[in-house]
Design a protein around this ligand. Structure first.
Ligand code: APR
Length: 242
């Protein structure tokens, strides 16, 4: 089956990757769902948009534990690096990621659609000024704007917040044009992101899924399913591609 999938990847005219938290687990970032998942330990309401605006201090206290502490020291793993290499070689058109950890870009990927935004930037809730993460003092109980004093919001999508229309459209365009989509490390449970592989499938794409557990896609749209760790499997595939 792996040989068949590799042949499908090699013959792809528009190979696109759709990734979720699972691709970053081997980089030390916990997934949201499943054993040891973040939502087993923390309350997702901490990143509900209404809760954030009415309880910014509490939301920030939780966000630091959920996101900022674990993502700070994570490094891209083999899966991120192989996808970046394939883009450089013109094999991969682009990546739609649900992840906010910036690991695809740090691995060298350029055409990355961050469907849920990024941890790398923050926006002022008062004047809209944009800050890079490195400019912000996260030790402050409530990180605030140097210009107007209002508190900052990480530039990722909270529950109850809409997806950036430009990113949404670009992601849909990639999903429509794909003739092969790699679906890597996602439980496929969060709308509207999880509909993107369905869009690709409806347009005739072959779906190659890599997940350590079956997902909502496995028995419905996946043409290939590898119950493997993404980093490990991509390490094996890359050897054949050499
Ligand atoms: N390799 C491949 N898959 C893995 C690995 C691994 N090493 N480790 C875990 N997985 C799989 C799990 O089996 C699970 O199906 O990755 C998936 C992670 O699923 P989730 O934690 O639900 O993450 P994701 O699908 O990206 O969540 C989507 O939910 O909370 C929101 O905004 C958040 O972007 C996130 C969205």
């Amino acid at each position: 089956m792996l040989q068949e999938a590799i042949k499908t990847i090699k013959n792809a005219k528009a190979l696109v990757a759709f990734t979720g938290a699972g691709i970053s687990v081997e980089s030390g970032i916990p997934p949201f769902r499943g054993a040891g998942g973040l939502w087993e330990r923390y309350d997702p309401s901490a990143i509900d948009i209404d809760f954030f605006y009415s309880n910014p201090k509490e939301s920030w206290r939780e966000m630091k534990k959920i996101f900022f502490n674990s993502m700070g020291q994570a490094e891209p793993n083999t899966a991120h690096k192989v996808l970046a290499d394939w883009e450089k070689k013109g094999l991969l058109k682009g990546i739609i990621t649900q992840n906010i950890d910036n690991l695809h870009q740090r691995a060298g990927s350029v055409n990355v659609k961050e469907f849920h935004g990024t941890i790398n930037y923050l926006l002022c809730t008062g004047c809209g000024k944009r800050y890079h993460l490195g400019e912000v003092d996260l030790n402050a109980e409530l990180p605030s704007c140097k210009a107007c004093g209002a508190f900052l919001k990480p530039d990722f999508i909270f529950y109850g917040e809409g997806i950036n229309p430009k990113v949404y459209q670009e992601s849909l365009d990639l999903a429509y044009t794909a003739d092969v989509m790699l679906v890597i490390g996602t439980s496929g449970e969060v709308m509207p992101a999880c509909a993107l592989p369905l869009t690709a499938k409806q347009n005739g794409a072959k779906i190659i899924e890599i997940n350590t557990l079956p997902s909502t896609y496995t028995d419905s749209i996946s043409d290939f399913y590898f119950e493997r760790k993404a980093g490990e499997l991509f390490g094996e595939i890359a050897k054949v591609f050499r």
